[in-house]
Design a protein around this ligand. Structure first.
Ligand SMILES: C[S@@+](CC[C@H](N)C(=O)[O-])C[C@H]1O[C@@H](n2cnc3c(N)ncnc32)[C@H](O)[C@@H]1O
Length: 220
């Protein structure tokens, strides 16, 4: 019963006591993952960047600080209304200035144009998607050809949380996610061990290759 509640709130926090505790937990524990996902993306000042499942918004702040060029833009999507409110409050000045746009939407149907995003990052998010390939196909759709996606996670922690049934099914396994990336047009997919501030974590890298997609000349 409690496990069910925590599982639901980790995957989609609501404005409730447990949702509030989840928000506190994410804010306290995930800064290193969020900041490193941003760093590993190699964001340039004029890039268009997307964070999927931004939660409380720590990664949004980190990415926005690099997007200092006049064309630099940051988008975020999260299907939790509560997280949308919390993150909107965190970056409200950047929303007002037009640097950041947040959408209360799911990764499977993002209100973004085709081939418009240079870099995508997400942390602790894909384990909760109902359909991995629907999510990766949609991310691939919005990315420019050759765009880079970086996902950060702590595999050991996620495996432990999954063993306590706080994450649904087997989707959390990095292999499942990388298979979905391969099936939906990503290339150069790899996972590397990383360390920052004495914290070990993993980063998955993938490039949105579009040369074998319908509409591109090389497509057979
Ligand atoms: C465990 S939290 C992680 C939040 C933040 N990235 C972090 O690491 O602290 C997962 C976040 O992803 C969002 N999320 C999960 N599945 C999603 C989906 N299918 N579409 C959009 N957002 C999703 C949840 O609402 C939640 O804010």
């Amino acid at each position: 019963m409690l496990a069910n509640k925590i599982r639901q709130q980790l995957g989609r926090p609501t404005q409730s006591l447990v949702g509030w505790l989840v928000k506190k937990f994410l804010t306290r524990n995930n800064r290193v993952l969020e900041e490193n996902a941003v760093r590993l993306c190699g964001i340039q000042p004029d890039d268009t960047v997307l964070e999927v499942g931004f939660g409380p918004g720590l990664g949004l702040e980190a990415a926005a600080s690099i997007l200092s060029g006049p064309r630099g833009k940051l988008f975020g999507v999260d299907y939790s209304e509560f997280m949308y409110k919390v993150a909107s409050e965190r970056v409200k000045g950047l929303i007002t200035s037009g640097k950041v746009t947040l959408h209360h939407s799911s990764v499977e149907a993002m209100p973004l144009p085709d081939s418009s995003v240079d870099k995508v990052f997400h942390c602790n998010c894909y384990y909760f998607w109902p359909d991995l390939t629907a999510g990766t196909a949609e991310i691939h759709r919005v990315m420019k050809p050759g765009g880079l996606m970086v996902v950060t996670l702590k595999v050991h922690t996620v495996a432990y949380v999954a063993s306590k049934k706080l994450i649904p099914g087997e989707h959390w396994r990095p292999e499942a996610y990388m298979d979905a990336l391969r099936a939906t047009g990503f290339t150069d997919i790899r996972m590397e061990d990383k360390n920052d501030k004495d914290i070990t974590f993993q980063a998955i890298f993938a490039t949105a290759s579009k040369s074998r997609m319908p509409g591109f000349p090389e497509y057979k």
